[in-house]
Design a protein around this ligand. Structure first.
Ligand code: AMP
Length: 393
C-alpha cells in the first residue's frame, strides 16, 4: 500500500516522503482513513509501530483543509504520560506539518509557565501536554476548550499506571461534548476499556496484533548472571562485542548513577537520566545521545518512556522489568520501522518469575547466550513455557 491512497494532501505526503517513509505501517494504513472519516478510534499499538503519524497525519489533514484559530483556543489536545513523549510528539508534528501553516506546542511541567501562556494567547492548533500542566493552565484560564475538535489519549495504559486518571477525568469534563476521540494504548486492559467506555463514542477498534512489537527484526537474547557481576558483564560485552551504542534500562536512579561510575572506572563513558535530574539536563543528555555524542545511556524505566531515538541499535535490560508489557515497550525502542535491533536482558535468579511472564507474553522463550568469563553461581531455570523459540536463529 502507498501513502498516496490514504487521502492525505500533497503537502503532507511530501513531508512524509522527505522523512524517508516509503509506505505506511500497519497502524497507519488502518487508522488514517478511519480518523479522516471523523470516527472515534481505540487502537492497540505500541511505540515503534508508527502510531504517532497514524493520528498526527489525519489531524493535520483535517485542520489544514479548514483553517481557523482564536486566541487561547486549541483545536486538538494530545495527552501523553511524560514530558519526553510530549516533546517527541510535538517534534513529529513539526516535521509532518512542515509544509503547512499550522501551529503546535508541547506543554509540560518543570518549565516556565509564562512562556507557554504567551504562546497560547494567539491560539495554537495542536497542544501536546502532560495532564498536570494542562490542568494548571486551564485553571489559570490560559486556555479554553470550547473550540476543541479532537482529543488524543496517547499511551493511555501508561497514563493510568502513572496515576493520571483523576487529572484526565477533570480535563475531559471541561471539553465540549461534540469532539473526536482517539485512544492509543500498548495494551487494552480492563482499566483502559473503562476509560474508553466513559470517554469515547462508538469507536472503531483497531488492533495490529498482540505480538507485533516482538518484531522479527529485533534479535532478543538473554544472559543469566549473578547480581554482583552485572556491571562487569556489561563492560565486558561493550568492549568485546565492540558496541557503538546502547540504551540501558535500570530499576532505580541510585542504581543508574552507580552503574555510570562503574562503567567509567572501566574506561567506558556513559550518562544517566532519571527523575533526579532536571528537565534541562535530561533534554541535553537525550539530544547528545541522539546525536551520538553519548554512546551509552543508562535510564530508569520512566525517564526512558516514549524516547524516540531513530536508529537505536541496542537496548539492554540491565534490570529485567516487573511487567511483561514494559519489556515489550522497551524492546520496541530498537529495530524501529525496518531497522535491525538487538534487545539483551540480564537475568538473575530473582527475576525468574518475571522472565516466565515475559516469555509467555511473547509466546516463546528468549534465546540464552553464555559467556565463559561469567559462570553463574545461582542458575536460572528454563521458563515454565518450555518449548523451542519460534524465531530461533
Ligand atoms: P512511533 O511508533 O510513532 O514512535 O514511531 C516509530 C518510528 O517509526 C519513528 O522513528 C518514526 O519516525 C518512524 N516511522 C513512522 N512511520 C513510518 C513509516 N511509514 N515508515 C518508516 N518509518 C516510520
Amino acid at each position: 500500500m502507498s501513502f498516496s491512497t490514504l487521502g492525505l494532501s500533497p503537502a503532507i505526503l511530501d513531508a512524509v516522503t522527505e522523512l524517508g517513509y516509503s509506505e505506511p505501517t500497519d497502524i497507519q494504513s488502518k487508522a488514517i482513513p478511519v480518523i479522516l472519516s471523523g470516527k472515534d478510534v481505540v487502537a492497540a499499538a505500541q511505540t515503534g509501530t508508527g502510531k504517532t503519524a497514524s493520528f498526527v497525519l489525519p489531524i493535520l489533514e483535517k485542520f489544514n483543509q479548514d483553517r481557523k484559530l482564536r486566541g487561547k483556543r486549541i483545536r486538538a489536545l494530545i495527552l501523553t504520560p511524560t514530558r519526553e513523549l510530549a516533546v517527541q510528539i510535538e517534534e513529529s508534528i513539526a516535521q509532518y506539518g512542515k509544509n503547512l501553516e499550522l501551529s503546535s506546542m508541547a506543554m509540560y511541567g518543570g518549565t516556565s509557565i509564562d512562556e507557554q501562556k504567551q504562546r497560547l494567547i494567539w491560539g495554537v492548533d495542536i497542544v501536546v501536554a502532560t495532564p498536570g500542566r494542562l490542568l494548571d493552565m486551564a485553571h489559570q484560564r490560559a486556555l479554553h476548550f470550547d473550540e476543541l475538535e479532537v482529543l488524543v489519549l496517547d499511551e493511555a495504559d501508561r497514563m493510568l499506571d502513572m496515576g493520571f486518571i483523576d487529572d484526565i477525568n477533570k480535563i475531559i469534563e471541561r471539553l465540549p461534548h461534540k469532539r473526536q476521540n482517539l485512544l492509543f494504548s500498548a495494551t487494552i486492559s480492563e482499566e483502559v476499556r473503562s476509560l474508553a467506555r466513559r470517554t469515547i463514542h462508538k469507536p472503531v477498534e483497531i488492533s495490529i496484533g498482540k505480538n507485533s512489537a516482538s518484531k522479527p527484526n529485533i534479535e532478543q537474547w538473554l544472559v543469566t548472571v549473578d547480581k554482583d557481576k552485572k556491571s562487569a558483564l556489561l563492560s565486558h560485552l561493550i568492549v568485546e562485542q565492540d558496541w557503538q551504542q546502547a540504551l540501558i534500562f535500570i530499576e532505580t536512579k541510585h542504581g543508574a548513577a552507580k552503574l555510570v561510575s562503574q562503567l567509567e572506572k572501566r574506561g567506558i563513558q556513559a550518562e544517566s537520566i532519571h527523575s533526579g535530574r532536571t528537565q534541562a539536563v535530561r533534554e541535553q543528555i537525550l539530544a547528545d545521545f541522539k546525536s551520538g555524542k553519548i554512546k551509552f545511556l543508562v535510564s530508569t524505566g520512566i525517564a526512558a518512556r516514549g524516547i524516540d531515538i531513530g536508529e537505536l541499535s541496542r537496548v539492554v535490560n540491565y534490570d529485567l522489568p516487573d511487567q511483561a508489557d514494559d519489556y515489550i515497550h522497551r524492546i520496541g525502542r530498537t529495530g524501529r520501522a525496518g531497522a535491525e535491533g538487538e534487545a539483551i536482558s540480564f537475568v538473575a535468579k530473582d527475576n525468574f518469575r518475571n522472565l516466565c511472564a515475559i516469555e509467555s507474553r511473547l509466546g516463546h522463550i528468549i534465546e540464552r547466550k553464555e559467556f565463559a568469563e561469567f559462570p553463574v553461581r545461582k542458575t536460572v531455570p528454563i521458563s515454565i513455557l518450555n518449548y523451542v523459540p519460534k524465531n530461533k536463529r
